[in-house]
Design a protein around this ligand. Structure first.
Ligand code: ATP
Ligand code: MG
Length: 581
């Protein structure tokens, strides 16, 4: 028999009013529906209903992870500073790392992630290539002192993550596990009922495409992505950009007085040209202090992450730094730059004969500036932020824009941690080698919120069957004992048919029960009332599509049996298993 709960006993204080500080739908509905309470900024308590959904999500995670050969462990949240100092991240992680001191003045942190702990764990115990590959995971609370905790569970300071770490003796073996994990994540997203895309992301490493983010599509998502019918999808920061620049047809460079022209749009209008006939500039410095000005076609933005691939440690110059160097804030251009300042330009500008650029002087631009004649370009690179409407780098069709919530990410770490922490194994020739590592994270609490962001209407949540706190709510509508008896009999039938069920046996008005059932979002409502019982009928409502109807009271077992078969065959967690009703 599946779970059978009584609404009268359930601690589920639903709210009529929307909490003031809830900024997105999932946060509002999870609070009103009694899944969640905010304890402090970015810190939450899960009420019984919330905990039930978390358990469902975690169960799916365990199934897909175990099936892929990963093994579950549990590491501490409280981590000694020493291992973080060994990896170098005690200094590199910055203020997001929650640090604390114990009574003996030893420093600790609350783990934002576990590369250090897991590497220290296997070091000296995982010794031989024969023991590899090895993939360990945990489901655990993480701490990050986010600068802006917001959007409820989407960006918390304390949150639950599934994190896995794999160890390998070759790149091929890492790739195999990485692909296996990507497959597991795809299944996980489907089983949670998410509409998602696997997107190419930026690894922060030069040239490497060694990380994929799994994005739940939602307008509330913080990530911008582009995707194409051909299957290509990428974070706008990481997507290769096929930008198109156009030449300005003149045969020599000319200085033009452009009073009051500040933006690219104003410049294009002033000169009666298109925005991609102009250039946008951004100045920055490298980690050794070399100064560069980067140029992209005027209709695109400079991508700081891509900039860091050509200018190591790229940082935008502050106003003071620009002033000191004699760089103007507006109207920056490649002609007559201060001594030592180098030009890097987007690949698309390479074939452009004559550029329209700032004159490094307020209210002036040069039109028809020619590279190699009027100025020199030090280096060329893809420097643009890709945008919807650009050409797909894979097939050339037009890219579509979307917003997404990053629910998970897979990452090839290489030997960064094993080298820093001296974690070695012996290879076939008995030689010491650093482990090649991968890491794979799923935001468990973020996934819960992302599911709600994709499954709700004005009345509440519509849980996919796979993660709903219970599958069916039987509502007893009427004060008479025989109504409650009939309803409880049906609820039992549901439980015997394999469905987790809740019986709304409260002495509440029908309106309250209906509103709560919609708000909480049980996938199927079975409504048992006096009138229906007299006619031998039972009402139902499928929450996913709000389809209502009646069935003969005698057919309930048969309908439940059919739903059970549909349940066992679902492809996507949000599939409607109650279509037989
Ligand atoms: P973001 O870019 O959104 O800050 P991240 O890339 O730093 O996330 P990872 O280190 O890749 O996050 O962590 C793995 C997963 O943990 C993420 O994909 C996300 O689902 C989840 N996660 C990360 N930060 C938070 C947070 N502050 N609150 C809730 N979940 C989070
Ligand atoms: Mg990430």
């Amino acid at each position: 028999m599946a779970n059978y709960m009584l609404m009268s006993k359930l601690y589920a204080p639903t709210l009529k009013e929307t909490p003031n500080d809830a900024d997105i739908e999932s946060h509002k509905l999870l609070t009103r529906g009694a899944f969640l309470r905010k304890t402090s900024s970015g810190i939450y308590t899960f009420l019984p209903l919330g905990q039930m959904v978390l358990h469902r999500i975690e169960k799916i995670i365990r199934e897909v992870m175990n099936a892929s050969g990963a093994q579950e462990i549990l590491m501490p949240a409280l981590q000694p500073a020493e291992v973080w100092k060994e990896s170098g991240r005690w200094d590199d992680y910055g203020p997001e790392l929650m640090r604390l001191v114990d009574r003996h003045d030893h420093m600790y942190c609350l783990g934002p992630t576990h590369e250090e702990i897991v590497t220290a764990l296997i070091k000296n115990e995982l010794n031989s290539y024969k023991q590899l590959p090895c993939n360990l995971y945990q489901i655990q609370t993480k701490f990050r002192d986010e600068i802006r905790p917001r959007f409820g569970l989407l960006r918390g300071r304390e949150f639950i993550m599934k994190d896995a770490y794999s160890f390998h003796s070759s790149q091929e073996s890492l790739q195999e596990t990485y692909d296996e994990m990507s497959k597991a994540y795809a299944i996980f997203c489907n089983r949670c009922g998410l509409n998602w895309r696997a997107v190419e992301a930026d690894s922060g490493q030069i040239g490497g495409k060694v990380t994929t983010e799994f994005m739940a599509l939602a307008n509330s998502g913080e990530a911008e992505l582009v995707h194409c019918d051909c299957g290509y999808a990428a974070n706008v920061e990481a997507a290769d950009c096929i930008s198109e620049a156009k030449s300005y047809d003149v045969d020599h460079m000319e200085k033009v007085y452009t009073p009051g022209v500040h933006t690219i749009a104003e410049l294009a209008e002033f000169l009666h040209i298109e925005e991609n006939q102009t250039c946008k500039a951004l100045s920055g410095k490298s980690e050794n202090g070399d100064v560069f000005v980067l140029f992209v076609p005027g209709d695109h933005e400079v991508n700081e992450i891509k900039a860091a691939h050509v200018v190591p440690g790229f940082e935008i110059l502050t106003d003071e730094e620009m002033e000191e160097l004699g760089l103007p804030k507006g109207s920056m251009g490649p002609v007559n730059l201060p001594e030592g300042v180098k030009v890097i330009a987007d690949n698309s500008l390479k074939s452009i004969d004559r550029w329209v650029v700032g004159a490094n002087e307020d209210n002036y631009h040069f039109v028809g500036a020619k590279q190699g004649v009027d100025f020199e370009v030090y280096d060329w690179a893809d420097l643009c932020v890709t945008k919807p409407g650009d050409k797909c780098p894979n097939c050339g069709k037009t890219l579509i824009g979307d917003r997404g919530i990053e629910v998970s990410q897979v990452f090839q770490l290489g030997t960064k941690y094993s080298e820093a922490m001296k974690a070695f194994y012996l290879d076939e020739d008995g030689k010491q080698q650093p482990f090649i590592m991968g890491c794979y994270g799923i935001g468990v609490t973020r996934t819960l919120a992302a599911i709600v962001e994709q499954h709700y209407d004005e009345n509440g949540i519509k849980w996919p069957i796979s993660v709903a706190p219970a599958h069916i709510c039987v509502l007893a509508i009427g004060k008479e004992d025989y109504v409650l008896e009939a309803a409880s009999k049906i609820a039992e039938d549901c439980a015997w048919a394999g469905f987790d069920v809740v019986l709304d046996d409260r002495a509440e008005r029908p309106g309250v029960k209906f509103a709560d059932a919609d708000l909480i979002g049980w996938p199927l409502q079975i409504i048992v009332g006096k009138k229906g019982l007299e006619k031998g009928e039972i009402e139902f409502k499928v929450r996913a599509n709000n389809r209502r109807g009646t069935i003969p009271a005698g057919s309930i077992s048969e309908k439940l049996a059919e739903a059970n078969i549909a349940f066992r065959n679902i492809k996507n967690g949000a599939d409607d298993i109650f279509s037989s009703f």
